[in-house]
Design a protein around this ligand. Structure first.
Ligand code: HEC
Ligand code: HEC
Ligand code: HEC
Ligand code: HEC
Ligand code: HEC
Length: 221
């Protein structure tokens, strides 16, 4: 928390519902707000907090080839992508490197039943609504919003997650779409040329009949 307060203080949460009501009737006001949405300052690109355990996605998702959904198992069915409980790690780590110094906090959590205190990386302001399942089941891959997590030793924020960034894709999603069965294959499509990749995106937009909404109430409820 606190990372957004430099740009928009708490009271902007209270003003937002009013802004939307006024915004739907006063086009100039909307233009003003959207101009704010385009502000390049509302970003946290590069934010990379230190975690209580140096868990590496490059090792687990990259080298070991584990699917994202093994751990983030709600990502296709819910708004939030679950962070795995200690038990998921222990499926392997009671066997693998059980004596490792790095895994001490994991064992501590296992013994006490207190969850590991992972530090959030991506965090939208409270007045916004985001939904994972709406994206991944429509063929928007994790890589479009989180980058090559499968090559990261420590997760960092790759995209701005600003309103203008959301809207840019909602206006023209075609270059970002793929077969929904391939959303967790982050390396897929990287060796395609841009024209081929776009044609594939357009194809999936047709197949799934996608029309991302730009209404204020889609993301502000
Ligand atoms: C596709 C999703 C999406 C839509 C549609 C959308 N917003 Fe936003 N909006 C966001 C996100 C995400 C943020 C938070 C941006 C940040 O943290 O930098 C935001 C922030 C805001 C803010 C806070 C100020 C700012 O720019 O950071 C206002 C005011 C706002 N939106 C108004 C609106 C209005 C009015 C509409 C309709 C014309 C609208 N939004 C449509 C996603 C959306
Ligand atoms: C073995 C379990 C495991 C697998 C497999 C896994 N993750 Fe994670 N993921 C975690 C844990 C634990 C965290 C919290 C600690 C951290 O941020 O590294 C996390 C954090 C994240 C975050 C940051 C969440 C935040 O706080 O904003 C993203 C994004 C993410 N994972 C994406 C992925 C993607 C994409 C894949 C597949 C390529 C994947 N993960 C595979 C366990 C896993
Ligand atoms: C499917 C099995 C599997 C799961 C589940 C798993 N790991 Fe691992 N993990 C491994 C393997 C295998 C290695 C060793 C890789 C190597 O030595 O090259 C490893 C290595 C590690 C290491 C480095 C240990 C060291 O001493 O070098 C840490 C830390 C770690 N895992 C944390 C976690 C956490 C936290 C979770 C749960 C979010 C988790 N792992 C889930 C298989 C797993
Ligand atoms: C369209 C963009 C987008 C896609 C696609 C996407 N994410 Fe996210 N992800 C986000 C945003 C935005 C947040 C922050 C949400 C918030 O603060 O409410 C987030 C947060 C997370 C978190 C932290 C927990 C949470 O839900 O807030 C994890 C873990 C995560 N994403 C994993 C994944 C995985 C795994 C995939 C692919 C299967 C994926 N994401 C696909 C945008 C995306
Ligand atoms: C890379 C492209 C992309 C990005 C980036 C993106 N979206 Fe979306 N979004 C989509 C697509 C595609 C859909 C599905 C449209 C459909 O089903 O017709 C969607 C759907 C949604 C829905 C579900 C709407 C409904 O009617 O159920 C919400 C909410 C949403 N997006 C919010 C956001 C927010 C907030 C952000 C930014 C933090 C964001 N999106 C960023 C492509 C994107």
């Amino acid at each position: 928390m606190g990372r957004y307060h430099f740009v928009f203080p708490r009271w902007s949460n209270l003003l937002l519902p009013a802004a939307i009501v006024v915004g739907t009737t006063a086009p100039l006001y909307v233009a003003f707000l959207v101009a704010f949405g385009f502000s390049p300052k509302t970003t946290d690109v590069g934010y990379q907090p230190v975690q209580p355990i140096p868990f590496s996605h490059a090792v687990h998702a990259g080298q070991l080839g584990m699917d994202c959904r093994y751990c983030h198992n709600t990502v296709e069915v819910a708004a939030k992508a679950a962070i795995p409980p200690t038990q998921t790690c222990m499926n392997c780590h009671t066997q693998i490197h059980p004596e490792s110094e790095l895994l001490k906090p994991l064992w501590e959590s296992y013994r006490t039943g207190r969850p590991v205190e992972w530090v959030r990386v991506h965090d939208l302001p409270d007045y916004t609504y985001f939904n994972h399942s709406a994206h991944v089941t429509r063929g928007v891959s994790c890589v479009e919003c989180h980058g090559r997590v499968d090559t990261m030793d420590r997760v960092w924020q790759v995209e701005p997650l600003s309103m203008s960034w959301c809207l840019e894709c909602h206006r023209y999603p075609d270059p970002h779409l793929r077969d929904p069965d391939l959303v967790t294959q982050l390396e897929w499509g990287w060796d395609w040329d841009a024209a081929e990749r776009l044609a594939e995106g357009e194809r999936w937009r047709d197949i799934n009949d996608l029309h991302p909404s730009q209404d204020c109430t889609t993301c502000h409820r």
